[in-house]
Design a protein around this ligand. Structure first.
Ligand SMILES: *Cc1c(COP(=O)(O)O)cnc(C)c1O
Length: 397
């Protein structure tokens, strides 16, 4: 396989672009789209239309009854005391960091293989992301490597429940307690994931950030996000920060943001929240079929979690050293796949200060991962077709 990383440690963009072009070429014979958002949302069309009419009649469009109702519904769903709805997942993290008084030069320990938004949020408040290698079986932060990263400047640990699977929160809690650090969950991919004791993502830290980007397990018809917490004063501060730093109109306590959720999105989300558990269960069924019936010596399947409900399968991510070839093969079969993610944050041009860091596990993951279609609206026939094609795949040696 060709090396993906160029000598100067910057990423080979030309190669990535080629993969995208390939995907476009087969659009006409697409048998299994990666994620059919039309189908996901058309299930709720009548309910969406009714609520839209009601909102049009009300004439109130930002931070109103619908947002308050969704905040209540979502807090209840996550089992927390409070939820604050905001504009998107990235800003949910930024607002938590701000509310926890994270400042310039403070350090936040975060998995090196996360989606870029976790890292961007840390940068946006002037703090420094301290990149920690993941554990290969779960793709989540390796808790054995956290303590060696702690310094005088460390303020918080920010685990990401990557691809939908809970990080080892019990161990992270022990470390945070010992070193008096805050914990922030990036729960943008893990709506509904739950521990054996029934505690869910969003209720396993000081504050958690969710995204309702359309492709997430709970997705709006546009951007959206939320913060969950059991800390009353943190919730109050975040509510003020999301609205210009103002509690009473034209009076500003903090240098705040505009990060508010629309009434329309909140109302749509309240409708879809009722079906989240059902949708997650369907994702688990598909993951079960994939893991039990894909048998190919060139493919390493994701490890089943010890506790089924700790994973909501936002993504089904396999590994193979023939990743680009396998993607091409599946494309030719009309199966759309995506790489999450092709370039690790520390190899991005935007993070040139980190380009020389050595994070071999993270780098290998980025070269080998491929995400198969998985969504609540996939048919059994589609699932079986994906399995059949993967079992048929051969490597030309
Ligand atoms: C999607 C995502 C975010 C950002 O959410 P947006 O709503 O797109 O801003 C943050 N972290 C992770 C891990 C994500 O997957």
């Amino acid at each position: 396989m060709q090396p993906l990383l160029k000598e100067n440690n910057c990423f080979n963009y030309a190669k990535i672009e080629k993969l995208f072009i390939l995907k476009e070429m087969v659009e006409t014979s697409l048998k299994v789209p990666f994620l059919d958002l039309q189908k996901v949302n058309s299930r709720f069309q009548d309910q969406f239309q009714d609520t839209l009419s009601a909102i049009l009649d009300s004439g109130w469009f930002i931070l109103g009854d619908k947002v308050e109702a969704f905040e209540k519904d979502f807090a209840e769903y996550c089992g927390v005391k409070h939820s604050v709805a905001v504009a998107n997942g990235l800003e949910a993290i930024v607002l938590i960091l701000k509310a926890l008084n994270v400042e310039k030069g403070d350090e936040i320990i975060v998995p090196a293989n996360t989606y870029i938004a976790s890292i961007l949020a840390i940068s946006q408040v002037g703090a420094i992301p301290i990149l920690c290698e993941p554990e290969e079986n779960s793709f989540n932060i390796n808790t054995l490597l956290i303590e060696e990263k702690i310094t005088q400047r460390t303020k918080a640990i920010m685990p990401v429940h990557l691809y939908g699977q809970l990080a080892d929160m019990a161990e992270i809690y022990n470390i945070a307690k010992k070193w008096k650090l805050s914990i922030i969950e990036d729960a943008a991919q893990s709506h509904g994931a739950s521990k054996e004791n029934g505690k869910k993502a969003g209720n396993l830290s000081d504050a958690a950030a969710f995204s309702f980007y359309p492709g997430k397990n709970l997705g709006a018809l546009g951007d959206g996000g939320a913060i969950t917490t059991n800390d009353h004063s943190l919730m109050e501060k975040i509510k003020i920060l999301r609205n210009y730093g103002s509690k009473f109109k034209y009076e500003n306590l903090y240098k705040g943001f505009n990060s508010r959720l629309d009434e329309i999105q909140a109302a749509f989300l309240s409708i879809k929240l009722q079906y989240l558990d059902q949708d997650n269960q369907r994702r688990r069924e598909i993951a079960e079929i994939y893991t039990n019936t894909i048998k190919n010596k060139h493919i390493r399947l994701p490890k089943k979690p010890a506790f089924t409900k700790s994973h909501v399968w936002h993504l089904f991510v396999l590994r193979t050293i023939n990743r680009d070839d396998l993607q091409k093969f599946l494309t030719s079969k009309g199966i759309q796949t995506v790489v999450h993610y092709p370039i690790p944050p520390h190899k991005q041009r935007a993070y040139s200060e980190f380009n020389n860091l050595e994070l071999p596990i993270t780098e290998r993951i980025h070269k080998e991962v491929l995400s198969l279609p998985i969504s609540p609206v996939m048919s059994n026939e589609q699932v079986q077709y994906v399995v059949d094609c993967l079992n048929e795949y051969k490597v030309n040696e």
